[in-house]
Design a protein around this ligand. Structure first.
Ligand SMILES: Cc1cc2nc3c(=O)[nH]c(=O)nc-3n(C[C@H](O)[C@H](O)[C@H](O)COP(=O)(O)O)c2cc1C
Length: 326
């Protein structure tokens, strides 16, 4: 099939936006392949997080985030898209020049979106914005609950988050894995171009040994629960993303919802960050389903939402390191 150099150039542009997506610990666990008629996102399982994400659930949610950015930017560049899941867990996005192209209003937010882990300013999100967030079109077999501060469900979720901290911050392997993905200074950032930049988690620039000692001292359930509860208390709402059936495709679709939701928050000036502990500890995940969800509904991602000043941005590796050639 004849493919113009413009199309290939467009496909290359589109994948640069896919690469700006959120990913667990900023592992950027994806490769992109460009074909005549499609872009393929291939999961990079070498970037998995064996302790916190042993079944690759969050890795596939991250793939879904990249997929959503690709769909949004393809639409914005004048393409119709058709998403196909493959039996090797890659995703192909078939692209055709649109007969009646339309801009995607979330496109401009892709560069501006950021995870914001700071304390928020206690301002409540207006009901009209919550309704807008709630009305975002959801993918198949997925769900979203927006939960207001001080409600019974909000307090129950806060309790599960603290129970998650109790288990995770008593787990030496979890702490070790987390420390491995923290970039404590500019040298480490330049070397890796991935991971959790010191500035995005509220740390000053430090030599690794000093930073690790400082964090290990703070990595106790008591200290983490104290910080977490202050952060929750400064927020307006929580968002609980769930899916009906624990399958790879549902995880990817959850990632699409998540990325779209975060872009919409960005447009509305709403900050967000993650409190996924209950989804990451199997027993708590089950308790959460039993008390708050339907029988076959699984908690995937929990965000807290509110308002705060912008934080520094996270980094990405060069896109060339993420392109696969035949
Ligand atoms: C599936 C998934 C899980 C995540 N879990 C957490 C988390 O538990 N805690 C956290 O602070 N950030 C979490 N994040 C946010 C990532 O760390 C963040 O996306 C990454 O560092 C890149 O930064 P950015 O979102 O500002 O571009 C998660 C993101 C995704 C997609």
């Amino acid at each position: 099939m004849f493919t113009s150099s413009k199309t290939i150039a467009d496909f290359k542009t589109i994948i640069t936006y896919g690469h700006k997506a959120a990913s667990g610990h900023n592992t950027q666990p994806w490769f992109f392949k460009i074909d005549n008629s499609y872009i393929e996102i291939i999961p990079n399982l070498e970037k998995s997080l064996p302790i916190i994400d042993s079944d690759h659930r969050e890795l596939y949610i991250s793939i879904g985030c990249a997929l959503e950015n690709i769909c949004i930017s393809a639409t914005n560049l004048g393409y119709d898209f058709n998403v196909q899941f493959t039996n090797t867990n890659s995703v192909k996005i078939y692209l055709k020049v649109a007969v009646s192209p339309k801009a995607n209003y979330l496109f401009e937010q892709i560069e501006l979106r950021q995870t914001n882990r700071s304390k928020y300013n206690h301002t409540l999100i207006p009901k009209s914005d919550i309704e807008l967030l709630d009305s975002l079109i959801l993918e198949n077999h997925t769900n979203l609950l927006l939960i207001e501060k001080d409600s019974k469900t909000f307090n129950k979720l806060s309790q599960y988050i603290c129970e998650g901290n109790n288990i995770l911050f008593n787990n030496e392997k979890f702490k070790k894995e987390l420390l491995e993905w923290i970039r404590f200074n500019k040298e480490e950032l330049v070397e890796h171009n991935d991971g959790l930049t010191y500035e995005t988690i509220g740390l000053p620039e430090l030599p690794r040994d000093v930073g690790e000692a400082m964090l290990l001292n703070a990595f106790t359930p008591e200290k983490q629960n104290d910080i977490t509860l202050q952060n929750i208390n400064s927020s307006s709402h929580m968002a609980l993303f769930t899916c009906l059936g624990n399958t790879t495709n549902n995880w990817i679709n959850t990632g699409r919802n998540l990325q779209r939701f975060c872009l919409k928050c960005t447009q509305l000036g709403i900050s967000f960050t993650y409190l996924n502990q209950p989804c990451e500890v199997p027993q708590i995940s089950k308790d959460l389903t039993d008390t708050l969800l339907q029988k076959n509904e699984y908690p995937m991602i929990i965000l807290r939402l509110g308002y705060s000043k912008k934080m520094p941005y996270s980094v990405r590796k060069s896109i060339s390191e993420h392109i696969l050639h035949d």
